[in-house]
Write a protein that binds this ligand. Structure first.
Ligand code: WTA
Length: 632
């Protein structure tokens, strides 16, 4: 099944795209050198390669200058950012000139608090202007931003503040989620009091989202708005090496410890700019709405760095899709004439449930490009989004990538690559995916295997903060000579990729990566539980849901399930709450003591026929016991 090309004036034709792909393959250095010129450098790089510790090694630049200053002459009065509050009548529009001034003021406040190049600044905010402004202000000073997702628990925040050695935190009194208030400041206070001996936080700057008062610790906490108002609206930008870190972003993998993925400056920004223009067919006048929170990589690359480096107009929406009613997003698209709408399959699944009539009440004809990211999308959700929201007129980009890749890797290019519903289609020019079998042999043609990437690309993460060995063992060693993505994929006879999901122990809940080991570590800290295994099973709305099998110290304890859920939400966050906790006498293990997750997954999914060869288990009888418990 394939859709015809959509009409419309897209930037690239199929032959342009083929020419780019050929040049990138034949002469990668020249190709990336040219792509590097999309940025404004202080010293242009003399080479365009990965030196092993980053791209464009001898180039120097500043990321905030690339997102702001260089647009001032050409588009200083163009809207850079539209911020739409919860209330429909509250909209803030900032031109490039306004945003530049606000970023300079923030940078001056940070500088007055002792922040300079290389320092880490944590940003823990709801969707308010200060998030984007704070990121760019850090970039201006050469400080490294560490954006923390609003859903993290105090424990998870404390771990990340300690690991990154953060010196200053920007947070909010509260966040607004519909009628609810999310206690940002008190969550941060709890995090800061957890293991103070491991922390270096000197200052906490607090944005007032509402006028609710919050406790302030004298000497450490200050309200941010009065400081910003007094600050100067100009601030020199630090000249950074291309390979200097621009930010750390924590993500989950197969160890319990969160990994601080480090992205560099020149390579990352080139990738964000290149992919934003190519994949979203960026054109003057576009209004680009990426619904991701800035706490995730999608928010970094496609709320902030991609569109702003390309001089685009971004929309930030403080509210939720479902409040005050489920038509909210469609109203936002109509009101602000959004042209490019980038969201997650999880959100689409939820909105689909509201039916077709609701979106049809809105004028969505401004839309040109629709995109999804974060998880595989079903054909049904793809077709609904394409038809009911896109009116069958829009280009549809199902974009595959990950925190570590910095930006989009496999995706259709509007007008140039024909979509197939639910396929991420083809690699972008300069990206070289390969599929491998279990033994690391490269598979050719139509096949299925482990998805790896060959060669480097400018957006590739530099390392893991404080742990380069983990970077090597996670990504480079599993399949020597190839970069291991953690995903599996199928390639069809047209060379199109269909991502099948993680092949490691990472669970994808509503597009959020959660390591099985993170959950198991949280449970290991709970005295009542001796041992546990967390697995992902299909979930209608979330993509995957978490199921936990736990062995209790005292199985007669009356509240084991609740204790387990509490231990997980306290250590990780509410977004990691399991669907189900099964208290079991033992876990199925091989004779060498390895948990057999495949079996636990099948049992949790009710697939109890054909469980395969059980003779390798230390205790095959445990299987029937688990089946009985799961089937209640
Ligand atoms: C999954 C998000 C299928 C994948 C940008 C990847 C996808 C992980 C897609 C990265 C897609 C992302 N189709 N699966 N289009 N995009 N994934 O680091 O498993 O939060 O490895 O980055 O999400 O998640 P991360």
């Amino acid at each position: 099944m394939s859709t015809p090309f959509r009409s419309g004036a897209f930037r690239l034709s199929p032959s342009d795209y083929r020419a780019l792909t050929d040049t990138a393959r034949q002469n990668p250095e020249a190709y990336w050198q040219t792509q590097g010129t999309r940025l404004e450098w202080v010293n242009a790089p003399s080479s365009a390669q990965d030196t092993g510790n980053g791209w464009f090694a001898d180039g120097t630049l500043n990321a905030s200058v690339n997102c702001l200053d260089r647009h001032l002459e050409t588009r200083g009065d163009q809207t850079a950012l539209i911020w739409r509050a919860e209330e429909a009548d509250h909209v803030v529009r900032l031109t490039y000139r306004d945003l530049h001034a606000r970023v300079c003021q923030m940078a001056n406040v940070l500088r007055a608090h002792g922040i300079s190049r290389g320092d880490r600044v944590a940003i823990h905010l709801p969707t308010v202007l200060e998030g984007v402004i704070g990121m760019l202000a850090c970039a201006r000073l050469g400080a490294i931003h560490v954006v923390l997702f609003g859903g993290f628990s105090p424990e998870a925040i404390a771990d990340r503040l300690a690991d990154s050695g953060t010196a200053l935190v920007i947070t909010a009194n509260v966040g607004r989620r519909g009628a609810k208030r999310i206690p940002f400041k008190t969550t941060m206070d709890s995090a800061l009091s957890l293991r103070p001996e491991t922390l270096f936080v000197r200052s906490v700057l607090v944005v007032s989202v509402t006028d609710e008062p919050v406790p302030m610790q004298a000497g450490r906490d200050e309200m941010l708005t009065p400081l910003l108002e007094k600050a100067e609206a100009s601030c020199p930008a630090e000249t950074m090496a291309s390979t200097d870190p621009l930010f750390l972003l924590y993500t989950s993998g197969s160890t319990g410890k969160p990994k601080g993925i480090v992205h560099g400056t020149g390579g990352y920004l080139t990738w964000a700019s290149y992919t934003h223009e190519l994949v979203f067919d960026h054109q003057p006048g576009d209004v680009f709405w990426c619904t991701a929170d800035i706490g995730w990589i999608t928010g970094h690359s496609y709320v902030v760095y991609g569109p702003l480096s390309n001089g685009g107009t971004i929309l930030l929406f403080e509210g939720m899709p479902s409040h005050p009613g489920p038509g909210r997003w469609w109203e936002v698209i109509q009101s602000h004439k959004v042209t490019t709408f980038y969201t997650s399959p999880t959100a689409i699944r939820a909105l689909m449930r509201e039916g077709n009539e609701l979106p049809r009440q809105y004028d969505l004809t401004s839309l040109r490009v629709l995109g999804t990211v974060g998880e595989p999308i079903s054909q049904e959700a793809w077709s609904w989004f394409d038809d009911v929201i896109g009116g069958g007129r829009c280009a549809f980009v199902d974009t595959w990538w990950q925190t570590e890749s910095g930006g989009i890797m496999i995706s259709p290019v509007p007008g140039a690559v024909k979509e197939k519903p639910a396929s991420a289609t083809l690699p972008l020019p300069g990206v070289h995916p390969v599929l491998l079998d279990d033994k690391g042999q490269v598979l050719d043609g139509a096949t299925e295997g482990v998805l790896c990437l060959d060669g480097s690309w400018p957006g590739r993460a530099l390392t893991i903060w404080n742990d380069d060995t983990l970077f090597q063992t996670t990504y480079l060693r599993p399949y020597p000579g190839h970069y291991f993505t953690g995903d599996g994929a199928r390639r069809d006879e047209d060379g199109y990729y269909w991502i099948t999901g993680r092949v490691d122990d990472v669970i994808n809940v509503s597009g959020h990566r959660i390591g099985s080991a993170e959950i198991e570590d949280a449970l290991a800290a709970e005295h009542a539980i001796v041992e546990s295994a967390a697995i992902g099973i299909p979930h209608d709305l979330k993509g995957q849901g978490i199921v936990v099998y736990a062995v209790a110290r005292d199985p007669s304890h009356p509240e084991l399930e609740m204790l387990a859920v509490r231990a997980i939400t306290a250590k990780v966050g509410r977004y990691a709450a399991p669907e189900k906790v099964y208290i079991v006498p033992d876990l199925p293990k091989t004779r060498s003591g390895k948990n057999v997750r495949r079996l636990m997954r099948k049992i949790a999914c009710g697939e109890t026929d054909g469980l395969g060869d059980l003779s390798t288990l230390a205790d095959p009888e445990i299987v029937d016991v688990l089946i009985r418990i799961v089937q209640g």
